[in-house]
Design a protein around this ligand. Structure first.
Ligand code: AMP
Length: 480
């Protein structure tokens, strides 16, 4: 007992000494040169745990686009800055505040694309797609960049899946695009609604603009500073303002739909008729104006069904949490006013970008927001396919054989291995964890005999097979 005591006392003493010593030893503070790097604000890593969501979304979008006859296009992430200044519009939030814009080492003014439509229309003009049968229907998905104020569901790099139909102004194109966008959410089992509006053509917009400016001028004192400044430059954007004071003024504002000329009115009601024919759930929302200048006639946005009733009443970020509480949502869920997708017609864009007059329409789905909604609604993507075979080896010559066998199995069955491991027990544990059906074991003896041991992981039975035939045998057993 006493010796035990003295030992523990000694240990304590030496421990305290070590702690003291430690305290004296200066701890190197991480300097700028050694500190670990962190993500830039508003950026997000997509980790393997979310891979099944991304795979499902990319595949669903590509499958639907293909079904509707949209061919894939990929444009560069880096584009000339003026493409968006002219295309999206000088006085939009995107161009005024949100572009990642810089001069490259060659002195060229470039931007990380904030959206894809201007790029696709540029490509349409540049590659003479005007000469192809119209409409030219194009599909793409990838990252976009906007230096916006980050919050849940709003990032500085985010991903969109998009479709554009160029060269046809028929309202059925608008309806087809809306139905395709809606089908994406249906495929995922997400209940959504479509909010629809028409911005008319240039001529209707001019009349409406004057009326809107007159109306807002009479309420100028109630507007936020931003809207006061925007009033003469871009009055339509006032309808989009999220400030509570501006919200109230907006409620009494004249509505674009009342100002449509005959042709735009007919076009819009044709779109509605087609949507009715397809039984799509839409509601007319006169405050959908979209943030980009190039839109005309049909515009639409898609919202989660649960949030839809809140879209009208909630436009300020500050009041989002209250509405979420009222709707029984968890804090941290997507803000109620966060659109999942948006799109519309842009008949004047090709001309603005230096092409011949070419009607166009399209949409973009925000994939991060779709994933956020899937998680909110507990919509679980199918897991990625798991390996069915594991290869285990014992010794260096077996390792070489394993590598070769791994390649033989490629394209036949999904296979896993841990080539750097040596112990069989450890490798079988990995195989168990992966839940494979068979483990193929190669040891010294099997190398010499040109054989492989097939271990049935469920039954625990082992048998010997010829090395040359084992790949075909695995394919036969697992794919039948
Ligand atoms: P837009 O290109 O602005 O019409 O946006 C189309 C869709 O992209 C929106 O409905 C959102 O779902 C998504 N989106 C737009 N901006 C962001 C952002 N900053 N972060 C995440 N998603 C976004």
């Amino acid at each position: 007992m006493s010796s035990k005591k003295s030992i523990s006392a000694k240990t304590k003493k030496s421990e305290s000494k070590t702690t003291k010593e430690k305290a004296k030893t200066p701890v190197a503070k991480p300097t700028k040169a050694t500190a670990a790097f962190q993500l830039l604000r508003g950026m997000k890593d997509i980790l393997p745990v979310d891979a099944p969501y991304w795979k499902l979304l990319y595949e669903t979008a590509a499958k639907l686009a293909d079904h509707f006859g949209y061919e894939t296009i990929e444009t560069p992430i880096l584009e000339p800055r003026d493409l968006f200044i002219r295309g999206v519009g000088k006085q939009t939030d995107i161009v005024e505040k949100e572009m990642y814009s810089f001069t490259d080492t060659g002195g060229e003014n470039v931007v990380l694309r904030p959206e894809g439509t201007a790029s696709v229309v540029r490509a349409y003009i540049e590659h003479g797609m005007l000469n192809l049968p119209q409409p030219v229907k194009l599909f793409y998905q990838g990252p976009m960049f906007r230096h916006d104020r980050p919050q849940h569901g709003r990032y500085r790099q985010f991903h969109q899946a998009c479709c554009e139909a160029l060269g046809d102004e028929h309202p059925v194109i608008d309806a087809e695009l809306i139905s395709l966008c809606y089908a994406f959410f249906q495929e995922l089992g997400l209940p959504v609604v479509i909010h629809l509006n028409s911005l008319g053509c240039q001529a209707c917009r001019e009349n409406y603009r004057t009326e809107l400016i007159n109306y807002y001028r009479s309420k100028r004192s109630l507007l936020c500073q931003n809207c006061k400044e925007r009033l003469n430059r871009n009055p339509l954007r006032l309808l989009d303002c999220k400030e509570p004071g501006c919200e109230m003024v907006k409620d009494g504002a004249p509505q674009m739909l009342d100002k449509l000329d005959e042709a735009c009115h007919a076009h819009f009601f044709k779109v509605i008729e087609y949507l009715d024919d397809m039984g799509l759930p839409y509601s007319i929302n006169p405050f959908i104006v979209r943030g980009l200048d190039y839109y005309n006639r049909t515009v639409f946005e898609i919202f989660s069904e649960k949030n839809a009733e809140n879209v009208e009443s909630v436009k300020s970020v500050e009041s989002v949490e209250n509405v979420k509480k009222a709707a029984g949502e968890e804090p941290g869920n997507l803000p109620a006013q966060a659109a999942l997708a948006g799109g519309g017609r842009y008949d004047g864009l090709a001309e603005i970008l230096g092409g011949r007059p070419t009607p166009g329409a399209g949409f973009a789905i925000g994939l991060e927001r779709v994933i956020a909604l899937m998680k909110e609604k507990s919509v679980v993507p199918p897991p990625l396919p798991a390996p069915k075979v594991f290869i285990a080896q014992l010794g260096e010559s077996a390792r070489r054989k394993s590598l070769a066998l791994y390649h033989k199995l490629r394209g036949k069955v999904k296979v896993a291995a841990s080539f750097s491991k040596d112990g069989l027990k450890q490798q079988l544990e990995i195989a168990n964890r992966l839940g494979v059906r068979y483990t193929l074991i190669i040891g010294q003896k099997e190398v010499l005999d040109e054989t492989v041991i097939i271990r049935d992981m469920e039954a625990g039975i082992q048998e010997v097979a010829a090395y040359n035939k084992v790949a075909a045998e695995m394919e036969r057993r697992l794919n039948n």
